[in-house]
Design a protein around this ligand. Structure first.
Ligand SMILES: [Zn+2]
Length: 163
């Protein structure tokens, strides 16, 4: 994976079907996400040129472009906000976004996606449209408390010190 600011992402290379207006739209959507990140590093976007063409799904859903806002990941706890463009098993593009927290259940599930959205790109939904919806969802989440227990509570999961 390459890493940098969204301006560094070679959108026309990794998504060769994008029109210039589409690139503008995605830049704008990414800008709203960057603006919503408090004190975050703008150079956290990651992309994989080797996944620009569908590589198959031998190892899951290949990520082409993504942002992982890791709020904290110490002491065994974890809170992450994710926005990714991936390939589906059928070789279609999809935009996925999720809030992910560490699990403190009696049974260890490792992590939980508290809230997640997946938009498959197709005739009805363009990549820039899906990316915009994903970016809006992520921006909304980033306005809420950056506290893993807050997110666990919204999902009815036990807090960190429950046991
Ligand atoms: Zn759990």
């Amino acid at each position: 994976m390459m890493r940098g600011a969204f301006d560094d992402v070679p959108l026309a290379v990794i998504f060769p079907l994008l029109e210039p207006a589409d690139v503008d739209s995605m830049n704008q959507a990414a800008g709203t996400v960057d603006a919503a990140r408090t004190g975050g590093d703008r150079a956290d976007w990651e992309w994989a040129l080797e996944h620009a063409a569908f590589p198959g799904t031998q190892s899951g859903t290949p990520t082409i472009l993504g942002l992982d806002v890791i709020e904290h990941a110490e002491g065994g706890d974890q809170l992450e906000f994710q926005l990714q463009v991936v390939w589906t098993a059928l070789g279609r593009l999809a935009v996925e976004t999720a809030v992910n927290v560490a699990c403190w259940c009696g049974t260890d599930h490792a992590t939980h996606d508290i809230d997640a959205l997946r938009l498959v790109v197709g005739e009805e939904t363009s990549l820039p449209a899906a990316f915009r919806v994903g970016a809006e969802r992520l921006t909304g989440w980033l306005a809420e408390p950056h506290d893993a227990d807050h997110w666990r509570a919204t999902a009815g999961l036990p807090p960190r010190w429950a046991h």
